[in-house]
Design a protein around this ligand. Sequence first.
Ligand SMILES: Cc1cc2nc3c(=O)[nH]c(=O)nc-3n(C[C@H](O)[C@H](O)[C@H](O)COP(=O)(O)OP(=O)(O)OC[C@H]3O[C@@H](n4cnc5c(N)ncnc54)[C@H](O)[C@@H]3O)c2cc1C
Length: 427
Amino acid sequence: MGNDGLAMAASWYAATANAAPAWPALAGDAACDVAIIGGGATGLAAALHLAERGVAVALLEAGRIGWGASGRNGGQIIPGLRWGAHVIEARLGRERGGALYRLARSAVPLVAGLVARHGIDCDLALTGHLTTAQRPADLADFAAEAEAAARLGHDGLAVLDAAAMRAAVASPGHGGLLDPDGGHFHTLNYTLGLARAAASAGARLHEGSPALSLSRRSDGVLITTPAGRLRAANALLAGDALIGPLLPSAHARIMPVANYVVATEPLPDGGASLIPGNQAVSDNRFVVNYFRRTGDGRLLFGGGERYSPHPPADMAGFVRPYLERAFPMLAGMAITHAWGGLVSITRTRLPDLGRDGPIWWAHGYSGQGAVLSTLGGTLVAEAMLGPSAGFDLFASVAPPAFPGGQLLRAPLHVAGMLWYAMRDRVG
Ligand SMILES: Cc1cc2nc3c(=O)[nH]c(=O)nc-3n(C[C@H](O)[C@H](O)[C@H](O)COP(=O)(O)OP(=O)(O)OC[C@H]3O[C@@H](n4cnc5c(N)ncnc54)[C@H](O)[C@@H]3O)c2cc1C
């Protein structure tokens, strides 16, 4: 899938981005300890962690820093993994599952700590995350999830009945599940802040520097870009959905799915009557609707996925019906920004962290990578420096490749996704 139609310029994030320097393209021959491919939160968190520990790091970004999902996502901070605590416990057991659950949740304080330590101006609001119930029966599942979370070491989840949920979110629904540790942030400004911190710590950042090839050498790897060559002892693939087949075995474990987001014009009350507690909100449909208030008083709303490589001609028109179904009172409200991005999903919906000799990767956060990406990059960096129990734990649950190889996996998976999406509509 190409990047056409995913232009960063149209996003509300780009329109409200903090000033950021332009980083020079890689030119000529260079060498470093660790080469990182991808300037999103995964790559930048790894660069920061390594540079702060004296490792010589060079990061290659094909476009601009934050060009990918880290600069255009919904900004929803959803603690944990796509697997709820009850699924983790059932599949991995209380001990191993609990360790994974707590590790995944640690991404939130990790990001909050980096924001505080590096003074990153990114509207971070840890006001909670709400999941809305689509059916009354969902509340029993939410209660079971809260109990499982408590057994795995986190007892803060609260089930809201329909009346409490209506008070929290002015949208039709049957109740909800509140995770008080979630929230939202300006994801592009966070990513730009990470870049500034990594560069201050000594990482060399290169924009406009797509990695075109990656080959193994006796002493590590060699990466070529249009104007340069970079030798390194280790490489981290942090290009997520956009990485392309630099390492086919890792690429085969992720599948890009296009997702679209809009921002409304500023709301008269800044959205206070829609979501008084300013939480991030998403529903529990297979194709998720997600929304939140922004720092400048808009509603930022994501909804609808497309399994076609072609973006809709009218992205605002594509998302509007989902927005108006969630908030009928916003019918006809002006949408000022609409953009798309590629989410990379895995077969199990768990992230894929792994290593093959000098080549490491972290990707496939399956729609829940706004803060997990920082954890993924940090854990790979940690593992490059010595034993990392966190990296080993994620690597031990790494997802398998999609069946069908490079040519068949997309059509097969798309057929499955369409079936689930249809079931959502009739369910
Ligand atoms: C529309 C959308 C909404 C989302 N909403 C949420 C949300 O609300 N909450 C949540 O938790 N998650 C959300 N996600 C998922 C989340 O954004 C991602 O999981 C996360 O940002 C991934 O970060 P990353 O650094 O791994 O990848 P990215 O941020 O995509 O960064 C990868 C970078 O690598 C670069 N690159 C790729 N290939 C090469 C190459 N060969 N050479 C050089 N550079 C290369 C790309 O240009 C890109 O900048 C959303 C994703 C999308 C697309």
